[in-house]
Design a protein around this ligand. Structure first.
Ligand SMILES: NC(=O)c1ccc[n+]([C@@H]2O[C@H](COP(=O)([O-])OP(=O)(O)OC[C@H]3O[C@@H](n4cnc5c(N)ncnc54)[C@H](OP(=O)(O)O)[C@@H]3O)[C@@H](O)[C@H]2O)c1
Length: 186
């Protein structure tokens, strides 16, 4: 393998239908998935998943998939909870992986998030990561700062109350919302 590794833990289809494949996305995904399944069988991939797939893309993939996706990685945070998609992934037993759990930083300055953080003695980033975990998501925060990376994993010594979870759930639209995968320009 060119990466110099014997295997990868998780490998995803990033986008269900980039512009170049918009006419035949279902067939292209089916072919990619088959190749990924072969890589699983060959021991090169431990798990395979999808990203930015909505219901119709998942349904189409499942028509030919032998291995069910382990995760569906989506833009998920209090600014966009994508409830229907989350529920559908749950029903299928596909883990909801949450990319941009901090709203690409856009939620860190939000007053509600800051107030709730102050209440628990935690940073806004820690509140958002904990919120994600309490919803059953697998949060995928990014930072280039070692101290932030360490702090972002220090979220297992507090629990956000149901009232505070509700306040955070009500932040729809305060930062970016999810992009429609069928309309992306790339
Ligand atoms: N599958 C997809 O289509 C897709 C799309 C978008 C993103 N992703 C992945 O999701 C991951 C995260 O997404 P993201 O980068 O958009 O957003 P994010 O994790 O929600 O936010 C990242 C921003 O928050 C800052 N930050 C992180 N921890 C912090 C802390 N403790 N205190 C203060 N600031 C903090 C980072 O700054 P610094 O880096 O300067 O610390 C960065 O500006 C990435 O690994 C990315 O590859 C996947």
């Amino acid at each position: 393998m060119k990466l110099g590794l014997d295997y990868l833990d998780l490998y995803l289809i990033h986008w269900p239908n980039p512009a170049a494949m918009r006419d035949n996305w279902a067939e292209m995904n089916a072919e990619s998935w088959q190749a990924m399944e072969e890589a699983v069988k060959a021991g090169k991939l431990r798990a395979i998943g999808i990203s930015n797939f909505r219901k119709k893309h998942i349904d189409e993939l499942l028509k030919t998939a032998e291995i069910k996706p382990a995760v569906n990685q989506n833009y998920l945070n209090p600014s966009d909870m994508q409830e229907e998609l989350v529920k559908y992934n749950d029903e299928l037993g596909i883990l909801n992986e949450a990319y941009s759990p901090l709203g690409t930083g856009g939620l860190l300055g939000n007053e509600t998030v800051k107030e709730i953080g102050a209440h628990y003695g935690k940073s806004p980033a820690q509140v958002l990561i904990r919120w994600s975990l309490q919803h059953g998501f697998l949060p995928l925060p990014k930072s280039v700062h070692p101290e932030y990376i360490k702090a972002n994993s220090d979220v297992f010594d507090f629990e956000i109350s149901p009232e505070d979870m509700k306040s955070l759930d009500n932040l729809h639209g305060v930062a970016k919302t999810a992009q429609d995968p069928d309309k992306a320009e790339f």
